[in-house]
Design a binder for this molecule. Structure first.
Ligand SMILES: *Cc1c(COP(=O)(O)O)cnc(C)c1O
Length: 381
């Protein structure tokens, strides 16, 4: 936004103007070195796009097999909701059971390349598990801060993966304040969503994969559960990069952001026509990854949603649980509540006539339901 440039050989968080840094590549060179056809036969992980990721030396890559997740045709769920061409991108198959693995594989790999040793993260759950896993694999230390009412599987996972965990009385934003206060004294590098430049780079690979898996023709609609927004923002960035490399044309999917009505700052800002989103008070939802009352990348999400001709929608916890059940019953996937929210949203948009029957739609199943069993215990089956 302010135009200031930073070197990718030095660790950086936000720009001095207070906004996120964006990694920029020499796309002309990338497109001369890498053709779409070259991808065939490459590793079935997101590192198949390594020319478009920020590592300088491939030996620094810390991988547990993340990305290149299946894109399933959802015929039964589609026919229940009146959609002829419905697909599910099953991110629950990632290491640690969510798409957070993508961002943290890149962020921890780059941190290692830059010689950083101690990484700290405020998290609603899945990001903490993913940081813990990649830090463990790479031999770095992870310091994790989560709300004390986080589902217990997230806590146990981080502990088993060797992280130092602190539970705090508050939300992810409060955890973020604690990391910010203590990081200098403790020598931690802060890997909060969009406060370091590379998690979004990992998440953008979802956009590359969608294009590759759909034979370089993007879908009409993407429905995505948004918290901090790296997934949505990352895919939007990927589409731009692919267009600049001549891999895809100008057409873009409508980006639909889904939140819970117990914490919907982006939906509110979208409806009010605002560029930034005010902090949501008393955020509450069982979809832990959506309990993000304030995001540094709010303006990037809002811009992507608007430029794409998409929209932002809030669903209730009851509705998203119905979505989890329908997904499970129809498609054989036990999804996280956040994923259930995309099913509930599709149902609403079809009823409202905002999506037509023959459009090509992709729902992002961002995580597995297995870590949320206690939140799901009360569900009537
Ligand atoms: C973090 C998370 C989200 C929200 O993702 P963002 O890219 O941060 O907006 C959605 N679903 C699950 C399962 C998550 O863990």
């Amino acid at each position: 936004m302010c135009g200031k440039e930073y070197s990718c050989d030095e660790a950086a968080n936000l720009c001095e103007c207070g906004l996120p840094l964006y990694a920029r590549y020499n796309l002309e060179k990338a497109s001369s070195l890498l053709k779409r056809e070259d991808l065939k036969g490459r590793v079935p992980t997101m590192w198949r796009y390594h020319e478009l990721l920020p590592l300088k030396h491939q030996e620094n890559i810390i991988t547990l097999g993340e990305g290149f997740t299946p894109l399933f045709r959802a015929e039964r769920l589609g026919s229940a909701l009146g959609c002829d061409r419905l697909y599910l991108k099953d991110e629950s198959m990632n290491p640690t059971g969510s798409f957070k693995a993508r961002g943290l594989s890149v962020a921890v790999s780059k941190a290692k390349e830059l010689g950083l040793k101690k990484l700290a993260i405020p998290s609603a759950g899945n990001a903490a598990g993913a940081l813990s896993a990649y830090a463990s694999k790479g031999g770095l230390s992870a310091y994790v801060f989560m709300p004390k009412d986080v589902p217990s599987a997230f806590l146990l996972e981080c502990q088993i993966l060797g992280a130092e965990v602190t539970l705090i009385d508050g939300l992810i934003t409060d955890a973020g304040r604690i990391v910010a206060e203590r990081k200098e004294r403790e020598g931690w590098f802060d890997v909060s969503t969009l406060k370091e430049p590379y998690r979004v780079e990992g998440k953008k690979t979802m956009g590359y994969e969608l294009a590759e898996q759909l034979n370089w023709e993007l879908p009409d609609v993407i429905i995505y559960p948004t918290g901090g927004g790296t997934g949505l923002v990352g895919m939007w960035k990927a589409f731009q990069e692919m267009e600049e490399m001549g891999w895809i044309g100008r057409r873009r999917p409508r980006m639909i952001s889904v939140q819970s009505d117990g914490c919907a700052p982006i939906v509110r800002a979208f409806l009010e026509g605002k560029e930034r989103a005010d902090e949501w008070q008393n955020a509450a939802t069982i979809a832990a990854g959506l309990r993000v009352p304030k995001a540094v990348g709010d303006f990037l999400m809002l811009r992507a949603i608007r430029e794409s001709g998409g929209t932002a929608i809030a669903v209730s916890d009851e509705e998203l649980l119905e979505g989890v059940k329908l997904l499970g019953k129809m498609e054989g996937i036990f999804g996280a509540p956040e994923a259930g929210a995309t099913v509930a949203t599709l149902s609403k948009l079809r009823e409202g006539g905002l999506i037509s029957q023959d459009e090509r739609i992709v729902l992002f199943i961002t995580g597995s339901g297995l870590k949320y069993v206690e939140s799901l215990r009360g569900v009537t089956l």
